[in-house]
Design a protein around this ligand. Structure first.
Ligand code: HEM
Ligand SMILES: [Cu+2]
Length: 563
């Protein structure tokens, strides 16, 4: 590849390992986010293993951890939730795949602001280090739940982890700064760096989804950053923004938190839906049913997501008239979300479906996410929520949304774009073993939790032996079932890691376009060289991204860059 070498020579960065930490190449930054996010997923998953063992077998010495005190339990739950959302879902779904895909899919050589991009990852890395440090300071990690409600989170006497809670808060704030910087790049790059000929409706939906998610993030995070600074002052210099004794108001925190917290669900959901739609179009060989419908529905979802936050506060003493308003907006948002799923089903309809590993993940996303969505309707109704609030029903509901988004969505995207990222094909048989070994146990972990929640089992309790009414033999069995299923699921993750390493080292070489897809990322070599395309070969775009099985064309796909 003499011409690539020529291009490479424009890259006068640092060498060796530093080359990776200081690279401004969007693909390198994507990999940094991907691998950091995956490492954090291992840590967050390990925490889930530890507290699920404690829940099923209270008081045992958990292999690899030891005994779990009540305080450690709180800290594990808090950090598991925070890690999974802030340090796994966001970096992997948005930062890693946004960075990798946006320039490649719109025919750009890099992001508009490559140095801001690099800074974004570096700040993110600092946030990871601060968070991990917080687990080991005196008193242990923060245990006031990922929602950090004051007064518990504000007062070291109450939460027993002065420094741990402060470091946790600083880590979260730094992580937000990193994502604000990253979002700037996604939005400006999509607006300014598209290949000649690429009009708004020629942009692949996944790029739109990541950009709309970035906009949602930027619009929602401001109040929470303000809240985090106020909470930091409450913790450290004795202000009382959230302390009633000092004239403050703890409910204010809930508004600031959930005004961000609810849109955040859509921030991570939209990229995952984007992956699914790309994969479904390719493996059903069908044009996406209703490109514009999908795009405008996504925008509508985004707008609506700002009007539902108080459904998290139905038990916080909210005025019943306001509760009705938020019930209605919450139920309304299920319409656009259902519409997105219908568009995907309509795309599948009559397609010639190929059940490859990425396609299985995409289909599983639909099935599992549907359960999450439907059970959300129960909780959105304020009357029912008063019973279900803070029970394992809620826990099962949001894991049925977050697990498909963060884990299933990631595996779909990872197995689909692996050939482009690493230039090798993954082993499809191992991929399928891993798929079934993850999706089946997943249901056996969380379906029991719906029942436990309906029987009134409260969350954030480490030992149900102290609650005999919640420790009937049947409930005990359900908890054991959930824990055994988790162990099975975790065991199958080794198949995934083995498959990655094996395929990366000795898998068959992937050509430019192994899936015969028509979007632009498949027109560069796998993996793409520095600069993505030679200047003389930058693609020109002639049509939309999903021309599969077009009767006017003799091949079953019609790439965007072919006249
Ligand atoms: C590996 C499979 C997982 C298992 C077995 C699991 C299990 C659990 C359990 C049992 C709790 C609650 C403990 C309690 O309240 O006493 C919990 C909390 C939570 N999990 Fe997971 N989880 C998993 C994956 C995930 C993923 C992928 C996400 C998000 C992307 C996530 C996000 C959360 C959040 C936000 C909380 C609430 C934390 C809090 O109350 O502060 N979990 N998880
Ligand atoms: Cu919500």
């Amino acid at each position: 590849m003499a011409d690539n070498a020529l291009h490479e020579s424009h890259d006068h960065g640092p060498q060796g390992i530093l080359k990776y930490l200081w690279s401004t190449d969007h693909k390198v930054i994507a990999m940094q986010y991907l691998f950091t996010g995956m490492a954090m997923a291992v840590i967050g998953g390990f925490m889930a293993y530890v507290f699920r063992m404690q829940l099923a077998f209270p008081g045992i010495s958990v292999p690899g951890f030891g005994q779990v005190s009540a305080h450690e339990y709180n800290s594990l739950v808090t950090n598991h939730g925070s890690i999974m959302i802030f340090w796994v879902a966001m970096p992997v779904l948005i930062a890693a795949f946004g960075n990798f895909l946006i320039p490649l899919m719109i025919g750009a050589d890099d992001m508009v602001f490559p140095r801001i991009n690099r800074l974004s990852y570096q700040i993110f890395l600092v946030s990871v280090i601060v968070l991990l440090l917080s687990l080991f300071v005196e008193g242990g990690g923060f245990g006031g739940a990922w929602t950090a409600y004051p007064p518990l989170s504000a007062d070291g006497d109450l939460n027993q982890t002065d420094l741990g809670s402060t470091l946790w808060l600083i880590a979260v704030a730094l992580e937000f700064v990193a994502f604000l910087l990253g979002g700037i790049n996604f939005i400006t790059t999509l607006m300014n760096s598209r290949a000649p000929g690429m009009k708004a409706y020629d942009i692949p939906l996944v790029c739109w989804m990541i950009v709309i998610a970035s906009i949602l993030f930027m619009l929602s995070v401001g109040p929470l950053i303000a809240g985090a600074i106020m909470l930091l002052f409450d913790q450290t210099i004795g202000t009382g923004f959230f302390d009633p004794a000092a004239g403050g108001d703890p409910i204010l925190w809930q508004h600031l938190f959930w005004f961000f917290g609810h849109p955040e669900v859509y921030v991570v959901l939209l990229p995952a839906i984007g992956f699914v739609i790309e994969i479904v179009a390719v493996f059903a060989r069908k044009k996406v049913f209703g490109y514009k419908l999908m795009l405008y529905t996504t925008v509508a979802t985004g707008v609506l997501s700002f009007f539902v936050w108080a459904h998290h506060q139905f038990v916080a003493g909210i005025d019943p008239r306001m509760a009705n308003v938020f019930t209605i907006t919450t139920l309304l948002i299920s319409i656009p979300i259902a519409e997105l799923l219908f568009v995907i089903i309509a795309t599948l309809w009559g397609g010639s479906i190929r059940f490859t590993t990425p396609m299985l993940w995409a289909l599983a996303f639909m099935a599992e996410f549907l359960i999450g969505g439907v059970t959300g309707i129960f909780l959105g109704a304020s009357g029912a929520d008063i019973y279900f609030h803070d029970t394992y029903f809620v826990l099962a509901h949001f894991h049925y949304t977050f697990f498909p988004i963060a884990i299933i969505g990631t595996f779909a995207a990872f197995t689909y774009w692996f050939p482009k990222m690493f230039g090798k094909m993954m082993d499809d048989r191992l991929g399928k073993i891993h798929f079934w070994g993850t999706v089946i146990p997943f249901n056996f972990i969380f379906i029991p939790l719906f029942f436990l929640g309906s029987f009134g089992q409260h969350r954030r309790i480490s030992n149900f032996e102290y609650h005999p009414d919640l420790n009937t033999p049947f409930m005990y069995d359900l908890r054991e079932l959930a824990t055994y299923s988790l162990l099975v699921m975790l065991a199958f993750q080794f198949v995934f890691f083995y498959n990655c390493i094996k395929s990366w080292r000795s898998g068959p070489k992937a050509g430019k376009n192994p899936w015969r897809a028509s979007t632009l990322e498949w027109t560069t070599p796998s993996p793409p060289p520095h600069g993505n395309w030679l200047v003389s070969e930058l693609p020109n775009v002639y049509r939309g991204p999903y021309e599969y099985s077009n009767p006017e064309h003799d091949e079953d796909f019609w790439p965007q860059d072919k006249p």
